[in-house]
Structures are given as C-alpha cells and as structure tokens.
Design a protein around this ligand. Structure first.
Ligand SMILES: Cc1cc2nc3c(=O)[nH]c(=O)nc-3n(C[C@H](O)[C@H](O)[C@H](O)COP(=O)(O)OP(=O)(O)OC[C@H]3O[C@@H](n4cnc5c(N)ncnc54)[C@H](O)[C@@H]3O)c2cc1C
Length: 386
C-alpha cells in the first residue's frame, strides 16, 4: 500500500489547499482522464478525507469558492455534492442497504469471481485496476466505472460482489457512494440506463495506456421493482448540559457539529470496521485516534478508544463519567448506523440516551435526493447560499 493518504486532519487540509487552485475550469476539462497512479494532478484525491469527514463537504466548497467563481468551479462542486446526494438517496431507502447486505453474505463466490479479484482475467486494463486498487486503496472515477461495467457485463459477475470487493479495498469506501454507483452502472438507479464501458473510450481517457479489444456490447435488462422512499425524519430537539462525545469513522470533525447547549466532558471512539483490507481499517483507525486526541484536548476531557463494540463497555465508560447522554454525529445508512442501532436499546435500558446530531448540510440536502441527481443539482446553489 503506497503512502499517498495520511490519516489526519492536517493532511486533509494540506491536500485541499494544494488542490484548490486547480478546482476551476482545469478540473472540469481534465477530470475524466485517468493518467495512472502517480499522475493525478487533474483530480483532487480528497475522497478518503471527505468520506470520513476529516474535512467536510462544506469547508471544501467554501475554500474552493474563495478562489473561484461558482460558474468556474461548478463541476467540481457538483462532484462533491454527488456524495451528499447518494447519502440522502440511501437514507430514504435503507431497504436497499439491507438487501445488499444479505446478498453479499449469501451469493456464491465462483472461480471467475476469485480470478477477477486477483486481477487474473486476461483483460489487461481490468487486471491492472484490480492490482492498483489493492496496492493503493484508490482508483480514478472513470476506472471505477469501467471496472464495474466489465465486472458486470463482460465477466458476468454479480454487481453486489464487485461493490463488496471495492468496499473492502477503497480507503474512501462509502456505503452510499459505492453501493449506489455500482447499482447505477448495473442499470438499477436510472431505470433502463446501464453503463457499458467502450474500448475506444478507455483508450482515449487513459491516454493510450490501455488499448482493449473485446468487451460486452450489450447489457441484459436490470430486474428490480421500484424502491419506495421513506421521507427523512426531522431532527429531534437536542438536550443540554454535560454529555459524552462518541466518535465514529463516519464523521471525524465533530468540532464543526452544532452541539447547541451541550458541553463535552468525556470523549470515546468506536473501533473502525474490521472486515476490510488491513490498510483500510488502519487508515480509519488512525484517523479516529487522531480525532479522538484532538477533541479530548479541545474539551479538556479524557479520551478512550473502545476495544470492542459491545454495549457493556460503552455503558461502563458512560457510568465512569456519570453520563446520562452520549452525543454522536449522525451516522447515515451503513455499517456504523447498523452498529449504533444495536447499542441504542441496551444503553436506554441503562438509562443512557444516545443522541445523534445531524449536520445542517445533510438535513437541508438529503430531502432533495428523492429523485435523480439532475433535480438535486438544481438545489446546490441554494444549499451553498444557505
Ligand atoms: C463503481 C463506483 C464506486 C465508487 N465508490 C466510491 C466509494 O466507495 N467512495 C467514494 O468516496 N466514492 C466512490 N465513487 C465515486 C468517485 O469515483 C470517487 O469519489 C472519486 O473518484 C474520488 O477521487 P477524487 O477525490 O480525486 O475525486 P474528484 O474528482 O477530485 O472529486 C472531488 C470529490 O467529490 C466527490 N465525488 C466525486 N465523484 C463522486 C461520485 N461519483 N460519487 C460520490 N462522490 C463523488 C468525492 O468526495 C471527491 O473527493 C465510486 C464511483 C464508482 C463509479
């Protein structure tokens, strides 16, 4: 695993500052080129930081707009907002996540699946991307699209297992962006629209690094009925007084959360999700550790990294600090949200409330993700203005 990404806020901010001058027209003209690892100046490489909210979407957009007119940076801002859109979409349709979880637990993993993961299919570009993903924890957006398309339509493998392979190895692995992008390629997000990789497109946008020949030229009709959307719930009122702060890998900048009348007296972190590539779990673990120390220093309180996710250790921590309320940044649909859902009743039985704090950015944006991204896109200027 190469050391392109460092799990700290300082590294995220430095990467942002270095990229900001390139976020204007240059980005929109050059972003689709995958010039290969080590040659990524046309894109930001900020996703591992934004995914864990080591740096937030809001501050990325704010810094970009301090340097560029909206019209020049619009493409970059739209890309940042894709993540918000996907999160909102999945938040309203958590059943899609639940079904996907069952699928990856039950779908058989064939010899062809193992060959694809090993980068041993004989398709040069595909095999190179499989290796690049495992070695760097990153792939260019266009490569992700081509890879997913080849996985589904040329190799005939289930999209769910491809999404799981990505999630296992991506440093920016994000339940919403990853799962829904794979569904989009498979034709499940936009009715009747699949994404078919074309050999000449790969040749052009890799600057001739790859010159593939035979690919699937058709995609079978995707099969799935309409998915009902459940509206986003309103934010419950926040309590006041002393609280413990619980960090998760979903949001590592709680300094910018609106705590209202709460004040932090102790800080703890849930361990990073473990069933991923070591480097991915280590990145999340180290980023959590850094945020933990930063926030404990800020609130002049003690800090602890939980060793396990069981409710007993969390209750013991809360009782040791005489906490009746634990505040945590709202975890969108995904494995952290699944973990918290298990903890809530056990904490409540010990008379401890777990209070999720949703960012205004999410509360304002997510309800607009009821339909496609084009409808959402129109809301972006208003969202930024607000
Ligand atoms: C099949 C597939 C799977 C993907 N899985 C993930 C994933 O697990 N996690 C993830 O963060 N992104 C995922 N993406 C989206 C996108 O590929 C990456 O966010 C992007 O390549 C990250 O590189 P960058 O930071 O240089 O992006 P830039 O081009 O510099 O974009 C700036 C920022 O905008 C956001 N962004 C850009 N494109 C997208 C997009 N299509 N969807 C959501 N956010 C976007 C990211 O936060 C990114 O850091 C996936 C895309 C596809 C096609």
């Amino acid at each position: 695993m190469s050391q392109i990404f460092h799990p700290s806020r300082a590294a995220g901010l430095a990467a942002l500052d270095a990229f900001v001058p390139r976020a204007g027209r240059r980005y929109s003209e050059a972003r689709n080129f995958d010039d290969g690892p080590g040659n990524r100046s046309n894109i930001s490489m900020l996703s591992p930081y934004i995914r864990h909210r080591i740096i937030t979407e809001q501050e990325v957009i704010r810094r970009v707009l301090a340097h560029h007119r909206f019209v020049d940076a619009e493409k970059f801002i739209q890309e940042v907002c894709w993540r918000t859109y996907w999160k909102g979409w999945l938040e309203m349709r958590s059943s899609v996540w639940a079904v996907y979880q069952t699928d990856i637990a039950t779908l058989p993993r064939s010899a062809a699946y193992h060959a694809a993961c090993a980068g041993e299919t004989g398709i040069d570009c595909f095999d190179a991307w499989a290796v690049e993903l495992k070695e760097t924890g990153y792939l260019h957006n266009h490569a992700r699209m081509w890879f997913a398309s080849l996985w589904i339509f040329t190799l005939g493998l289930p999209w769910q297992l491809g999404a799981d392979f990505f999630y296992h190895h991506l440093l920016d692995g994000d339940p919403a962006s990853n799962t829904l992008s794979w569904r989009w390629v498979a034709g499940l997000q936009t009715a009747g629209k699949t994404y078919l990789a074309q050999a000449d497109n790969i040749f052009r946008f890799t600057n001739g690094r790859f010159n593939p020949t035979a690919f699937a030229q058709s995609a079978g009709p995707p099969s799935e009925g309409p998915v009902a959307a459940v509206p986003i719930k309103a934010n419950p009122p926040l309590p006041t007084g002393a609280v413990g702060l619980l960090l998760t890998e979903e949001d590592l900048h709680p300094e910018s959360l609106d705590l209202g009348g709460m004040h932090i007296t102790a800080v703890a972190a849930l361990p990073a999700i473990a069933n991923r590539a070591d480097a991915v779990t280590r990145f999340a673990h180290d980023a959590l550790g850094e945020a933990l120390l930063r926030n404990a220093a800020l609130s002049r309180s003690s800090s602890v990294m939980m060793q396990t996710v069981d409710s007993d250790s969390l209750i013991a921590w809360a009782q040791a600090h005489q906490l009746k309320v634990i505040a945590t940044a709202y975890a969108p649909v995904g494995p952290i949200s699944d973990r918290l859902a298990i903890l809530v009743p056990a904490l409540a039985a010990a008379d401890i409330a777990l209070v999720p704090i949703r960012r205004e950015w999410d509360s304002a944006a997510w309800p607009h993700a009821a339909k496609g991204f084009f409808a959402f896109k129109d809301k972006i200027p208003g969202l930024i203005g607000a």
